[in-house]
Design a protein around this ligand. Structure first.
Ligand code: RB5
Length: 217
């Protein structure tokens, strides 16, 4: 897979970083991304000296969330710690991916804007194919956009903030004002209905999501 090519928009700006466990692959993957014609910001580290992965996850997350980069790539031993850390930044949807198919789905269904990779358990040729799958794919919109809007609402965990964040989300947004601030953990009563406080009938289908595209998954 050494000749893996991505069909990329070369205006795409990529922020990339790693920890010590992902350093060697980060170097190779950054060079491969440059070879694809992309604008690559290598945010470190510059050596394989032991470092804490959350610090580098935060650097990439800030660049992507702030708009200085379009997409982020993070490499650690497993990719897991990087994903957990990056997802603490509002606006980041980081996916830990170990196959090209999942990379494409992370863009198509989840609008992932950061991909996290394993430098210890996945070989570099596979990681290049994963990056190619990630870069080639585009967000599907439709029902997936509704769900990504709900992810955005989760970042706020308050009724008012959630409601304002759910742009385009349809009539099943039920936001009860009483004690909403006191019961943030009740925000999500089921996957397709947003409710804070008040009574909730889990059997009710009122306001269930209507798919706006073909298929219903
Ligand atoms: C470092 O030993 C390792 O914990 C780190 O690279 C990563 O795998 C964490 O998720």
């Amino acid at each position: 897979m050494s000749d893996t090519q991505a069909r990329v928009d070369t205006r795409t700006r990529i922020a990339i970083a790693s920890d010590h466990a992902g350093f060697e692959q980060k170097q190779q993957l950054a060079a491969w991304l440059v070879g694809q014609g992309l604008d690559v910001h290598d945010l470190g580290p510059e050596t394989d000296e032991r470092v804490d992965y959350p610090r580098f996850a935060a650097l990439v997350a800030e660049e992507v969330a702030g708009g200085a980069a379009d997409l982020g790539v993070l490499v650690c031993g497993t990719g897991i710690g990087m994903a957990i850390a990056a997802n603490k930044t509002d606006g980041i949807r980081a996916a830990n991916v170990t196959s090209p198919a999942f990379a494409a789905l992370a863009r198509e269904h989840n609008d992932a804007n950061v991909i996290t990779l394993s430098g210890r358990f996945v070989d570099v040729a596979t990681n290049k194919a994963i990056l190619a799958g990630f870069l080639d794919a585009t967000f599907g919109g439709g029902r997936h956009a509704d769900r990504v809007a709900l992810i955005h609402a989760l970042e706020h965990q308050r009724c008012g903030a959630a409601a304002s964040g759910v742009v385009g989300y349809r009539s099943h947004l039920h936001c009860h004002s009483e004690r909403s601030e006191a019961k943030p953990r009740n925000l999500w009563s089921r996957s397709d209905q947003l409710q804070v406080g008040g009574s909730f009938d889990p059997q009710s289908t009122a306001g269930a999501v209507e798919d706006s595209s073909t298929g219903s998954e």
